[in-house]
Design a protein around this ligand. Sequence first.
Ligand code: FAD
Length: 397
Amino acid sequence: MNFDFTTEQEILRKTVRQFVDDEIMPHIAKWDAAGSFDTSIWSRLAELGLMGVCVPEKYGGSGMDYNALAIVCEELERGDTAFRTAVSVHIGLNSMTLMQWGTEAQKQQYLVPQAKGVRIGAFGLTEPGAGSDVAAMTTTAIRDGDCYVLNGQKTWISLCDIADHFIVFAYTDKAKKHHGISAFIVERSMVGFTSKAIKGKYGIRAGNTGELFFEDLRIPVENRLGEEGEGFKIAMSALDNGRFTVAAGAVGLIQACLEASVKYCHERETFGKPIGEHQLVGQMIAKMEAGYQMSRLLVYRVGELKNKGIRNTRETSLAKWQACDFANKAADDALQIHGAYGYSDDYPVARYLRNSKAPVIYEGTREIHTIMQADYVLGRRNDKPLAKMLPKWPFDE
Ligand SMILES: Cc1cc2nc3c(=O)[nH]c(=O)nc-3n(C[C@H](O)[C@H](O)[C@H](O)COP(=O)(O)OP(=O)(O)OC[C@H]3O[C@@H](n4cnc5c(N)ncnc54)[C@H](O)[C@@H]3O)c2cc1C
């Protein structure tokens, strides 16, 4: 067991941190208020090789290991959750799903350009009537010659107006329930596709989230990902990767809460001393630190399992659940430490608190992860290796 980062990973951390300090921090309050961020950030992320960080070099990526992705997510969310969410869907939910399930032709057509940052990928699973209960979806893809005809709607989809293509899930055979769901690569340019952003979000305001509509949209058969009926399995394996990035990002959010709170603890005085010297304030800082350290251990353990090609659904669920809960609590305490000033735009902690809530909801709510963990421990759930696993690291180039 080795808890040290490699030299390459340390350089990556410093690079992303510098990028966040220089190019995100100075603008984020403005972007959060405006409800969008400067899209030139995408090309800067691509220049730094961050759009394909754990994608093999032969597919246009940087070829770094899965923990490198965790480092990127941690550092980006220290800046703002919107950027980590973008990387979560582009890499965690889309690129890694193509790495795991895509044909060689699909990898060449979609994975290569998105690892280089030339195209952006996203992920459409949730519907107005189907969130935690995925099988309640009503979107259908009916085979017609060498196409499928897609009809339906998705909602709460990150990068809905920005992504060039989406991995979308639909019933090809409703009677088979979970086994009747299939996955497809749907391009924005396909006739019958429209999207619409959701306005007035509680948090992650700089990020783009919204609805996708499919009306008699014809998808070529070669855009089906995996076999007919494998969609549910593909969606769940995609979440194993997406949740890993969400958990890593939560570690970065706790770090941001700690930085802001420690600074304020030294600056603000009450009853003749800095507030950090009051035991009850110190207790909040100590709990943040504990959450930070515990979450990091859980996250990087998952990265190691991925590097070794070992199925990690259980460990990923635990890391995601705990890290997001810790981050939500850390953000609440960070605002508390700032008193009334925290309740304003003068400090970043109100944004941290708003941003910390969605990760407790998306990619499996707190309650769904609690149920999963109880099921594992009580013997009601037991995972077998999937037919197709992510490639082990180092990648066989
Ligand atoms: C900012 C943001 C970005 C998102 N991005 C994406 C995206 O890119 N792609 C995508 O597909 N989706 C995305 N989502 C959607 C997200 O994954 C869903 O919101 C999530 O799966 C929960 O579904 P729901 O909102 O329909 O809640 P519901 O499933 O309706 O749950 C409502 C409440 O009931 C609880 N509950 C449900 N079932 C049970 C149960 N069996 N036992 C106990 N409690 C239960 C839940 O925990 C929750 O508290 C995003 C959401 C947000 C907020």
